[in-house]
Design a protein around this ligand. Structure first.
Ligand SMILES: [Zn+2]
Ligand SMILES: [Zn+2]
Ligand SMILES: [Zn+2]
Length: 385
């Protein structure tokens, strides 16, 4: 953060003061320097005298900064909150109430800080003061940051590309002077090479058709610059994609793929939260662009085809077809179906001698099949999903 400007504006807000704790003030300082706005939030312990000398007036009334303790005396954490013991009308109980009993009430004391911080981090945060990238290059400004990497550091274009050779699906933002704007590693110059380890160089790279390749991943839909390997040992294109856990949409000249991660994630969500594929896919599209100003090409039907194939493969795996010497071709009718554990199965969930039970109790081992108005095969024709 930039230190206070020459003539900073200071706003003071009264902190909630439990009667048993020392007087504490929450101070929020806004400074305007060279067109940049910075914000610092902190707490200051104040004596009785300071309290009495406090200028009267409404909250948020601006005061001169010299009226208040030095910046170095500020404490990021309220002294009254370590460890906070909450008393008062809200908590009338026989035993003492501790912070852990009411985390929401404790959080309320710092609510303003949380709000300020989330807004602060939408901008460059403390990174705004760096004019040179960590690599030392003075040619390029450090104006890129990654939403998926750990940390808030900003790097130059060259460093950003180098750091993402092994994570080409991270979301990159560029500082345009006023706010962060989403950009793509492709436009920064990153090319993804298949068929070789990330650090290796392919001597015969073959770009994807039209130099356009779409990857659907958990953090959105990505347009990447993809090179297939064209060496004499190279495998077919769809096999090169599968090798890096990207599921190709087609086996001939694929131009779209979904990561294994997103397919596993979608399958879990569809079971546990009953999310529909349509809602899921369009949430992903929103993840990429929530403004609708730069709509991306719809790949919903392609994604559905991949999901269809993926679920079928999962079925085959669960049924043990992957380890059968005969493979998929030897699968018998009904072999992929999951046997109903509630239905009667002789030798599994029926007692010995159930066939000889008297007619009065024989119904216990009968299979009852019911059908209701909605359970009809012809409903399969309603949706193409
Ligand atoms: Zn750099
Ligand atoms: Zn990253
Ligand atoms: Zn190669």
């Amino acid at each position: 953060m930039t230190r206070a400007a020459k003539k900073p504006k200071l706003q003071v807000e009264r902190f909630i003061q439990p009667s048993s704790t020392p007087a504490v003030k929450l101070i929020r300082e806004y400074a305007f320097t060279n067109g940049c706005t910075t914000l610092q939030t902190g707490h200051v312990s104040l004596g009785e005298a300071a309290l009495e000398s406090e200028p009267s007036g409404s909250l948020y009334k601006p005061h001169a900064i010299q009226d208040w303790p030095g910046y170095n005396d500020w404490d990021e954490v309220s002294p009254s909150c370590d460890p906070p013991i909450i008393t008062g009308d809200v908590l009338q109980d026989k035993r003492k109430e501790y912070a852990a009993d009411n985390p929401l009430l404790v959080w309320l004391l710092d609510r303003q800080f949380f709000l300020d911080k989330t807004i602060f981090l939408e901008g460059r945060g403390h990174e705004g003061r760096h004019t040179v990238c960590l690599c030392g290059s003075e040619i390029e400004e450090p104006k890129y940051r990654c939403r998926d990497c750990f940390g808030m550091e900003m790097y130059c274009r060259h460093c950003t590309v180098e750091r993402h050779q092994s994570s080409p699906l991270h979301v990159i933002e560029e500082w345009n002077g006023s706010f962060f704007q989403r950009t793509h590693l492709k436009s920064l110059g990153l090319r993804v090479q298949l068929g070789h380890p990330p650090s290796d160089h392919c001597y015969n790279p073959r770009p994807s058709t039209g130099n356009d390749f779409i990857i659907v991943d958990i953090n959105g839909i990505h347009d990447v610059a993809l090179d297939f390997c064209g060496c004499h040992t190279a495998q077919l294109r769809y096999k090169q994609l599968l090798q890096v856990r990207w599921y190709p949409a087609t086996t001939t000249d694929p131009q779209t793929a979904a990561t294994f991660n997103i397919l596993e994630h979608y399958q879990l969500l569809s079971f546990k939260s009953k999310i529909s594929a349509y809602e899921f896919y369009h949430s992903l599209a929103r993840h990429s662009d929530n403004t609708g100003l730069s709509p991306i090409k719809d790949h919903y039907s392609v994604f559905m085809r991949i999901v269809h194939e993926w679920c079928h493969l999962r079925q085959l795996r669960r049924s043990g077809r992957g380890h059968d010497p005969g493979g998929i071709a030897e699968t018998k009718a009904g072999e992929l179906a999951v046997v109903c554990p509630a239905c009667p199965h002789a030798g599994k969930n029926l007692p010995q001698g159930w066939e000889n039970s008297p007619s009065a109790t024989r119904w216990l081992y009968a299979l009852f099949v019911a059908i209701d108005a909605n359970f009809r095969l012809k409903r399969k024709a309603v949706s193409s999903d």
